[in-house]
Design a protein around this ligand. Structure first.
Ligand code: AMP
Length: 217
């Protein structure tokens, strides 16, 4: 299966992508995680991306599209993948379509996680990520780790993202509304979009997502 996950920052894309990818046995490809890994390793790509990310802005397409394509061409993605955080604007969506056509493959569905804006802000403020694996996501109130500051899954140190500040979140939401939301209509026109409410427990949302994808494919 080849799936795209969309939704505002804080919708739970990372959490759901991790669980869905495991259930569907496909790799979870998160452009945000790829950028964070590059920043952690101090690569030129990471250095270029960091300023945009810390400000809450989208990293330019020239950098992002090439990085996403390289990842989709890796052998573990040959039979499917779940894209989380890519595409994030119409230019990227069109570049993805061109890439898929070149490879002779198609998307099976686009899953849109819908969540009210006040909930988004609460989720982001309490979010904590694992230093070892960005897919291990916790929340101080909604999904607290067993031991404070320690990842339940691997024992890694939990931290707050540098772009989870109030100012950066405001910019990220603006970027989402102005640049990312238009791709929802683009995929709706292609008959690929399924929208689910992303409220409730993590497991409830995963079950809803699996059900919606089954009906869509
Ligand atoms: P995420 O982890 O998906 O919330 O992404 C964190 C940040 O990485 C975003 O706020 C952007 O600065 C950058 N980023 C991730 N994916 C993309 C993308 N597809 N296009 C541009 N910037 C991106």
């Amino acid at each position: 299966m080849r799936i795209v996950l969309v939704g505002p920052p804080g919708a739970g894309k990372g959490t759901q992508a991790h669980l869905l990818a495991k259930t569907l046995s496909i790799p979870h490809i998160s452009t945000g995680d790829l950028f964070r890994a590059n920043i952690g390793q101090g690569t030129p790509l990471g250095l270029e991306a960091k300023g945009y990310m810390d400000a809450g802005r989208l990293v330019p397409d020239e950098v992002t599209i090439g990085m996403a394509k390289d990842r989709m061409l890796q052998s573990d993605a040959a039979n499917g993948f779940l894209l989380d955080g890519f595409p994030r604007n119409l230019g990227q969506a069109k570049a993805l379509d061109e890439f898929l056509a070149e490879q002779g493959i198609k998307l099976d569905g686009v899953l849109d996680l819908e969540v009210p804006e006040d909930e988004v802000v609460k989720r982001i403020a309490g979010r904590r990520l694992c230093r070892n694996n960005g897919s291990h996501v916790f929340h101080v109130a909604y999904n607290p780790p067993k031991a404070e500051g320690v990842c339940d899954e691997c024992g890694g140190e939990l931290f707050q993202r540098s772009d989870d500040t109030e100012e950066a979140v405001r910019v990220r939401l603006e970027e989402y509304h102005s640049k990312t939301e238009p791709i929802i209509g683009y995929y709706q026109d292609q008959g690929l979009l399924v929208t689910i409410p992303a409220l409730g427990t993590v497991d409830e949302v995963t079950a809803r997502a699996i059900e919606a994808l089954k009906q869509d494919s």
